[in-house]
Structures are given as C-alpha cells and as structure tokens.
Design a protein around this ligand. Structure first.
Ligand SMILES: CC(C)(COP(=O)(O)OP(=O)(O)OC[C@H]1O[C@@H](n2cnc3c(N)ncnc32)[C@H](O)[C@@H]1OP(=O)(O)O)[C@@H](O)C(=O)NCCC(=O)NCCSC(=O)C[C@@H](O)CCCCCCCCCCCCC(=O)O
Length: 709
C-alpha cells in the first residue's frame, strides 16, 4: 500500500470471500483520494485460476463476478492486473476488466471454461473478441487452450511482458498512466473488429467445433456467445452470454466435466493398505532410465522420457530392430522439436544391443513382447545387470506383475507402468502396485508418470488390471451384438454418437486383431488345446464368440493388413470403409450356427457395451483393485477414448441411475443367461438396495474391503 497505489492479493481462486475482499478493497481504493491507481495481484506469485469450481455445486453466495468486474472497469482510476503465474477463466476475465495488463514471461493465460462444460460468463465472451477480433477469440474460447505471455502480447491481450517482477512492472505502468483518459481502455466500450466474411468464419468454426465436440454442448455455446459479440452491443451480448451459461450451468455435461477435473487430481492421491500414501512416501529421483524393446510401445516411452529431461539407454536384441527403433525415435524427437522451435535432444538417448549398458540407470522400463516367459527372462537378466537399487518396471498390459517380480532379486522394487499406445501421446499411465511393491517404488512410478505429463492411476495386480479387464467385456458385448444381428458400423456409430472417440471395431482394427488372437491362443481358448466337449460358441461354461478368430484366420488383422472389421485402401490405410464381404461373412456365420438375426437398436448397443463396463467397475471396486470409482473413470477417460462430458463409466452409471442400470442389466442377462458378465454385480445390487448413495459413499457398501492398493 502506498499513497498512489492500493494493492490487494488474490488467492488462487475467486471464491466468495475473495470476491468480497476485492469488491470492498477496490471500492475503498476508488474512494480514497490518496490512491491514484490500483494494481491487482495474486497471492504466492500466481494471479488467478478463475472462479471456484467447488462453489458451483452449492447455492451461490457472495458478490457476483460480473458486477464486480464491471465496477473495476467503470472506475475513474486506472487498474492494472499483474499476472504472475496464471490468469485463467474468471481470472483472465477479471484482468480483461482492468484497464491494463502486465504479465510475467512465464505466465499462462486462457479461458478454459469450455473444458468444464461452461463458457466464460463474466463478460469474457464479450470483452475478448472486442480486444483480439473474432478468429482469435473463437480459437481461445472454444478450445480453452492456454497461451503463453508472448502469444498474449501478440494478440494484444496483455500490454507488457516482463522477465522481472510482474507486480513491480505493473506498479511502474500504473504510475505512468495516472491522468490518462480511461474510456479507450474499457473493453466493453470497444466495437468488435469484424472479419470480412463473418458468416463464413462462423460456419467453418461451427463445423470444426461440432466435429471435435463429439456431442459436448459447451463448445457450440461458446461459439454462439462469441457471435453475439460480433452482432450485438455489449450489454445485449452479455445477456446472451448469461442465457447460454444458464443452460450449460445446470447440465449433466457440466457436472461430468467438473467431476473429471477433481477426479483427475484425486487419482494422484494414492494410498496403500499398509498406510503408505502419496503425501508420506518419498519418490526417488530419476535422472537416467533404460527402455527395453523398441517396438511401438518402447519407442513412445523412450520419447516421453527424453522429453521430460531423462537420459535414456534404449536396448534391442537385433541390429535391424535397433536401427528402425533409432530412426523412429529420432524422427519423433526431431518432429516434436521442430514444432516447438527448439533443438531436438538427441544427445539424451543412446541405442545399444547390450543390456550391460543398463548397469548405472536409476530405473528400467521393459517393453518387450507380451509373453510371460520372455518377460521373465528379461527381468532375471535385469536383476543381474542393474544396480541393486534400480527400479524395474514392466509395461505389460495385463500380465502378473508379482510373478515377474518373483524372478528378480528385488521384488519390492518391481512395479507395473502400463502406458497406452501411442505412449508419447496418450495421457494415461496405469501404475500396477504388486503385493510386494514398496511405497517408495509406487511413489517413484506415480511421480515419474506426472513428470511425463501423464495422469497416473494406481491400480491392483489382476489380469488386465483395470482398463483391459473392463475392455475385454466391452469387446465381448460388441462381438455378441454382431452374432445377434448388428454390423460393425452400426455398433461403432452408436458408440461414436454416445461420444467415444472411435467405435470399438475401429479401435480393434487400429490396434491389430492379432493381439487378442494371440492372447486367446495363449489362454487355450482356441487351437488344439480346446476341450472338444465344449459346445461351439461356448468356452468354460460361458458364451464365446469366435468371430474375431475367424477374421484373423482369413488374414484380416485390421489396418495393418488393409482389412479387418472394415476395409482400408491399403495395408496401413487409415480410412475405414464398410466391407460388403464382412456383411456376407456375418450372414454365413449366423446361418451356420442357426442364429436368426434380429434388429438391434442403438439403445441396446450403448446399454450393453456401457453398462457392462460399469458392472465390471463395481466388481473391481469390490475386489479392491481400484481405490475409488473416480480412478476407474479416469482410466477410461484418459486411456480408452471415453467421452469426458459423460464423466466415465461409473459416473455415467450414477447419472443414469443405479436402479436403471441394474434393471437393464437384469433384462439383458435374462435374454442372455450364458453371458455371466451381464449379471449385475453384488455391489451394484447392494447400492441400489441402499437407495443409490452418492459415489463418495459407495466404498462404505463394500462388505469386506480387501484393498490391493
Ligand atoms: C490453476 C491450475 C493451473 C493450477 O495447476 P496446478 O497443477 O498448480 O495445481 P492443481 O491443478 O493440482 O490445483 C491445486 C488445487 O487447487 C484446486 N483448484 C484449482 N483450480 C481451481 C478452481 N478454479 N476452483 C476450485 N479449485 C481449484 C485443485 O482442485 C487442487 O486442489 P485439490 O484439493 O483437488 O488437490 C489448475 O488447477 C487449473 O487449471 N485450474 C482450473 C482453471 C480453470 O478451469 N478455471 C476456470 C474456472 S470456471 C470460471 O472461471 C468461470 C468464470 O467464467 C466465471 C463465470 C461466472 C459464474 C456465474 C455463474 C452464474 C450461473 C448461474 C446459472 C444459474 C442457473 C440456475 O440456477 O438456474
């Protein structure tokens, strides 16, 4: 506080108390004749992360944001926002209401409300387009992307960027503008600069937004609000902003997206039955890592590690694989560096045929072929070669981590790190805590995941862990639906309309149908070991669909062979086209087994596929393989293309109503008594019996909690 300036710190979010503090402090400053200008800055070197999302679930209290920002803008003394670390959402809207903005060079700015199912409803959709013009505002508001201080300067969002102290720079600017007219600095007074072809711009954006949104409402509402800024005076634009916000605010989508925001953060707060937790277990520092196997997964993992500043030793068994791995990894690093305008850190990775080179690394991630015998031999060798305190991690997608640990000299230092393909792109990391993994090992894997930019979820050690255990049953339903009369494209269309990034058959083609084929062979479900007493289409007393096996026998392995459930232009082609040959193949198959095809509705496709996921999720909770329903949901949102605006399979089940899910599963199970996974789980029944309590209370209804985490 000085004679000229009245400075008040904001906490990270604009809670009711903070809004009250700002409203009162600004009013006092405007009244106080000694004060010539005001600088708004944040607490702890941040500026502001926006409205307090937790307040959205309660009745609103405290001074509302819109009039508070309006009062600042309308004030007769210059107000300067000092943006240190961030100005996001309502925080940036507050800054836009100030007359000037100064940002630290490392600050991030953005209007991420769309990612929470909302729009910037504190005047952001009306002020930003008046400042930057329509295209930039549409980009920022419909995507919610964060921008750097430099980009904000180019767009005119901030007036100055400083490498030094942003508050001091803001004070300096504030002092220099005292006495200058403020009217031109009030963004609500500005006319919105319009592009020549306004209709064309909006048409194009709406097409893009709808394609990306996959059924999410907020991006479309954001575009409509920006259009209001182009066509209406500020006050009417603001009304339009408010009306659109009202629709979004109470929607299930907004609830789902805000649930995801907190669930993502909760997933990092793991705990083990022995009392070890995220906040009492110290992770090891990781400076160097080994990656074994340079197939698709190993390449992506190596790229992630290098990009996070970790030196990598990449090992292959043969020169040819090593060479192609080296070329692929270097190419990925070079392309990424070019995109970011930096030099590719190629010096941080060495490629070798010798495991001996792993002797000094802090941690190794094994990414060899999914074969237990092979992985065991690798782990036994790692035990011999690596330092006694090096962590040994496996990227297995479903094998027993403890069995692998048992061949090493250090079971407490063994943990699963299950990446998802492509590993340098996909956000999910399942950290599989074996029964003997030490707290330090789990803490290191979870922290490393975060450092690699992943959402790390701790899961228990059971076949398929959480994600693939559920995926198997989802895929089974899709196959059964084909037997009963559906086509791959009908199933995929229903799932894509539900919001999945890709239908399950397109995903299967992309991953390669031979992966599951190999797993089923190894499990004795196909081939000479199958008990001839089993009726066809049944294994181990339950329904089994041989359709994917038959496809593989025809050499239809998916995209890589140019044919799978769909037809592609060539091997490796990406454009999936329905294949008449599949339609004939399905007809012949049904004829052979005496199945009369029936009409399958979109509702049945979605309910069977999606409710079976949740049903297995309940079993996973009962088995103690996931700590909370939120963790299961984050696995599906970040690893399996589940639509974020539907929260995750467990959230979706709660939103549809557990009683409805139970009733529909019972119905489908009555129709298909040979599919045990359609039988409602005990936990689901118990929850419905307890009148469907909120998700946070589900755990209390598990009879004997047997946490494997
Ligand atoms: C800010 C971050 C970038 C920080 O990241 P970092 O990695 O440092 O830390 P964490 O992410 O781990 O966060 C730490 C901690 O803080 C919690 N937190 C962070 N941000 C928020 C927040 N905005 N609200 C609440 N809590 C927050 C986080 O959960 C962590 O705590 P935890 O206990 O979980 O560990 C990063 O956190 C981030 O990106 N945050 C979100 C930024 C964001 O999205 N901001 C936008 C918020 S929405 C908004 O601002 C809306 C505005 O446009 C205002 C709109 C006006 C409202 C008017 C409403 C009227 C509607 C009326 C309709 C009535 C209809 C009817 O009733 O009929």
């Amino acid at each position: 506080c000085s004679d000229e300036l009245f400075i008040r710190p904001l906490s990270l979010v604009l809670s009711a108390a903070v809004r009250k503090g700002i409203t009162e402090a600004v009013a006092r400053a405007f009244k106080d004749t000694r004060v010539k200008a005001v600088v708004l800055c944040g607490e702890n070197g941040k500026f502001c992360g926006g409205a307090d999302i937790r307040e959205f679930a309660k009745a609103m209290s405290g001074p509302p944001l819109v009039p508070m920002i309006h009062a600042i803008e309308a004030g007769e003394k210059p107000v300067v926002a000092a943006i240190e670390e961030m100005a996001l959402g309502g925080g940036l809207e507050l800054a836009l209401g100030c007359h000037y903005r100064v940002a630290h060079a490392k600050a991030r700015l953005g209007l991420p409300e769309v990612t929470l199912g909302l729009l910037p409803a504190a005047g952001g959709t009306q002020r930003l387009p008046r400042l930057t013009g329509i295209p930039a505002a549409l980009d920022l508001i419909t995507t919610g992307r964060h921008i750097s201080a430099q980009e904000a300067l180019k767009l005119g969002i901030v007036d100055r960027v400083t490498e030094g102290n942003a508050v001091e720079a803001a004070v300096e600017l504030a002092l220099s503008v005292v006495g200058r007219p403020l009217a031109p600095r009030r963004l609500s007074n500005h006319a919105t600069p319009l592009p020549a072809d306004l209709d064309g711009v909006f048409e194009e954006v709406l097409v893009q937004v709808k394609r990306r949104a996959r059924g999410a409402m907020a991006p479309v509402a954001c575009a409509k609000a920006v259009r209001a800024a182009a066509e209406l005076p500020y006050s009417r634009g603001l009304e339009c902003e408010r009306e659109l916000m009202n629709t979004l605010f109470t929607s299930g989508q907004a609830r789902a997206l805000q649930y995801c925001f907190f669930a993502q953060r909760a997933a990092g707060k793991w705990s083990l039955p022995n009392g070890a937790r995220w906040d009492n277990s110290r992770p090891r520092a990781v400076h160097t890592a080994g990656v074994i196997g340079l197939g698709t997964m190993g390449r992506g993992i190596a790229v992630c590690l290098v990009k996070a500043g970790i030196s990598v030793v990449a090992v292959e068994t043969e020169e040819k694989q090593l060479d192609s791995g080296r070329r692929a990894v270097r190419g990925m690093l070079e392309r990424d560096a070019k995109r970011r305008g930096v030099t590719a850190p190629l010096h941080m990775i060495t490629f070798t045929l010798s495991m001996q080179q792993l002797r000094d690394v802090d941690l190794v991630i094994e990414a060899v072929f999914e074969d237990m015998a092979l992985k065991k031999s690798v782990f036994a060798e790692l035990s011999r070669v690596c330092r006694p305190n090096a962590l040994l991690c496996t990227n297995t997608s479903g094998l027993d981590v403890d069995e692998l640990a048992s061949v090493t000299d250090r079971p407490p230092l063994v943990v699963g790190m299950h990446f998802f393909a492509p590993a340098h792109v996909m956000k999910l990391l399942e950290v599989i805590c074996g029964p003997r993994s030490s707290p330090e090992t789990v803490a290191t894997a979870m922290t490393l995941g975060k450092r690699l930019g992943k959402v790390s979820v701790a899961v228990g050690n059971c076949p398929g862990f959480v994600g693939n255990r559920m995926l198997k049953l989802y895929l089974d339903q899709a196959h059964f639906l084909l037997e009963e009369g559906a086509s791959p494209e009908q199933v995929d269309q229903a799932l894509e309309e539900f919001g999945f990034a890709l239908g399950i058959f397109k995903v299967a083609d992309l991953s390669g149908l031979d992966i599951g084929w190999r797993v089923r062979k190894a499990a004795g479900l196909i081939g000479p070991d199958v008990d001839p007493k089993f009726p066809s289409r049944h294994r181990q007393g339950r329904r089994y669909c041989p359709l994917p096996d038959l496809l593989c026998e025809q050499g239809r392995l998916g995209q890589k062979s140019g044919r799978g459930w769909y037809l592609y232009d060539s091997a490796g082609g990406k454009e999936a086209r329905p294949d008449p040959a599949i339609s004939s193949f399905l007809q012949e198959y049904r004829l052979r087994y005496g199945i009369s095809a029936r009409r399958i509705t979109e509702q049945e496709v979605v309910e069977r596929c999606v409710f079976v996921l949740a049903n297995e999720g309940f079993r996973i909770l009962e088995d103690g393989m996931a700590a909370a329903p939120e963790d299961i949901d984050m696995v599906y949102v970040f690893g399996y293309g589940w639509p974020r605006h539907r929260g995750g399979p467990m959230f979706h089940a709660a939103q549809v109503g557990l009683a409805t899910v139970l009733q529909r599963l019972e119905f489908y199970h009555r129709q298909n008594p040979d599919i045990p996974h359609l039988q409602p789980s005990t936990l689901l029944r118990r929850l419905v019996g307890a009148r469907s309590p909120p998700m946070q209370q589900w755990k209390q209804h598990i009879r004997s909690i047997n946490s494997q985490l």
